[in-house]
Ligand binder design. Structure first.
Ligand code: GLU
Length: 488
């Protein structure tokens, strides 16, 4: 059997962290099993669906590299098939027309609620005979189509005590939750189509999953309530059920529902913040799944190789931004500087900046080492190489430069005179220089750092100076001297 999974987002919002994790588990399971992973845009609800959300979801899937098999299915385009399916169920007697008005249903809902009972449709219209149903429909009376829940018997009369072994109902397997049994009274004759021929969501999902041969439905456990409704439709259609896997939700660090502030509402925000797609995938995979050997830093191929559903846990996963940053740092610094340079160049270009050549960036990144966890932070560390400081960190300027014109002048002279403009030898030289002048080496280093970078924190400053070159170093010291002169 070929495993077929699907990710069917509703385009009523962007791809958020929780949905991306669901997409990833479907993707990994399919890829690990040599199966297929399908993408379906569930735009059946025309009022709530928006084309730009669909486009954004697709862009996020592409960025993450969650590539799907075949064409994207737009569910609304299958509405004709959904309608035909509902009509077929009507003809076969597996569904019936319900003419109950919204008001009468609401009254029944209220009555059930006051009795403390969950609402189930009382099947008034199930008892209509065909001829009457046809006559009322032909007369233009409004109706909806309801599917008959399994067992097909009349609902238990309220005066009869609940039977200990209820007839009917359904039992299905969930790979995480085990066997789930729903009694007949837990089920409802659900509405699958409006009288105007508009199919409803559950019918659309089931029809599309059947048409695509979906074998595994992996989705958040917020769908646990939908599953019985969909199973009612499967059974009415006489179709085999897929295997269900309802994965636990992701919680915020406060162990409450993940807030928008903490987990990105749009996964593409991570791209803007300088995260790598592979790091995001690595992070999402660990939200609910664990590697058999407890490994944490995993590339895409390793995830595919190692993924299995039996290592998906039943406890809610807790979102941890620190971990995402940590993993991103590992992914971004894991590769050679050239690869990092290309990533950084792309990132900067997308943000409208003009980065130096990849070769130059590589050299800068070599000096920078492993500073910064995200591309944004790394950019902040190395940008001074090609953007001269326009201002200076106020505190650092005060602490290391103010009132030190003489020192700055001396430093400038040394930089001008140094025979060898190379990082290591410059550092040795300035250590000696500090000692001779009765100065702390750290203070001298910081003065140079502030002049060259504008900041008190940067990559190693003498290696940086070497890369900037003598001319540029002197220009920057001149600029600092000017700032000192205008200040006093
Ligand atoms: N369109 C549904 C959603 O976005 C899909 C649920 C499912 O996996 O069946 O939540």
């Amino acid at each position: 059997m070929t495993i077929i999974t699907r990710f069917p987002p509703s385009p009523t919002g962007t791809l958020h962290v929780g949905s991306a994790r669901t997409a990833l588990f479907n993707f990994l399971f399919a890829r690990a099993q040599g199966g297929k992973f399908l993408l379906r845009i569930e735009d059946t609800d025309r009022e709530r669906s928006r084309a730009e959300y669909a486009d954004q979801i697709i862009a996020a899937m592409k960025w993450l590299g969650l590539d799907w098999d075949g064409e994207i299915v737009y569910q609304s385009r299958n509405a004709g098939i959904h309608r035909q399916t509902a009509e077929r169920l009507l003809e076969q007697g597996a569904a019936y027309r319900c003419f109950c008005t919204e008001e009468s249903l609401e009254a029944k809902r209220v009555a059930m609620r006051t009795q403390g009972k969950p609402y189930r449709y009382d099947r008034t219209c199930r008892r209509l005979d065909h001829a009457e149903s046809d006559r009322r429909a032909a007369a233009g009376e409004r109706f909806v189509v309801r599917v008959i829940k399994p067992a097909g018997s009349a609902p238990p009369a309220p005066q009869v005590p609940a039977s200990p072994t209820p007839a009917g109902g359904i039992t299905y397997q969930d790979l995480l939750h085990g066997t789930i049994t729903l009694r007949e009274e837990d089920l409802d004759d659900i509405i699958v189509m409006k009288g105007d021929g508009r199919p409803l969501y559950h019918l659309a999902v089931v029809c599309d999953d059947i048409a695509a041969g979906v074998t595994h439905v992996i989705r958040g456990d917020d769908h646990l309530d939908n599953t019985p409704k969909q199973i009612v439709i499967y059974q009415a259609l006489g179709e085999k059920l897929p295997t269900y896997v309802h994965i636990p939700l992701i919680l915020g660090s406060d162990r409450k529902r993940l807030s928008k502030r903490e987990g990105a509402e749009n996964v593409l925000e991570y791209r803007e913040a300088g995260f790598l797609p592979d790091a995001v995938l690595n992070f999402l995979a660990l939200l609910g799944w664990s590697h058999p050997e407890g490994r944490e830093i995993l590339g895409r191929d390793e995830l595919i190789r190692a993924f299995s559903l039996d290592r998906v846990g039943t406890a809610a996963a807790v979102f941890d931004l620190t971990k995402l940053r940590f993993l991103n740092g590992k992914h971004v610094h894991g590769g050679p500087p050239e690869a990092r340079a290309r990533l950084l160049a792309d990132y900067l270009t997308r943000r409208g900046e003009t980065p130096p050549s990849t070769a130059d960036l590589s050299a800068m990144l070599k000096v920078n080492g492993e500073r910064g966890d995200t591309l944004a932070e790394i950019a902040d560390y190395v940008r001074f190489f090609w953007v001269r400081p326009k201002t200076y960190d106020e505190q650092a300027f005060k602490k290391f430069l103010e009132g030190r014109k003489d020192l700055v002048e001396k430093i400038r002279r040394e930089f001008e005179a140094l025979a060898d403009f190379e990082g290591e030898s410059m550092e040795i030289f300035f250590r000696d220089f500090s000692e001779r002048g009765g100065l702390k080496f750290k203070e001298v280093g910081q003065a140079i750092r502030v002049m060259l970078t504008g900041k008190s924190v940067s990559p190693p400053i003498f290696q940086s100076a070497a890369l900037l070159g003598r001319t540029e170093t002197l220009l920057r010291i001149d600029a600092a001297q000017e700032a000192l002169a205008t200040q006093k």
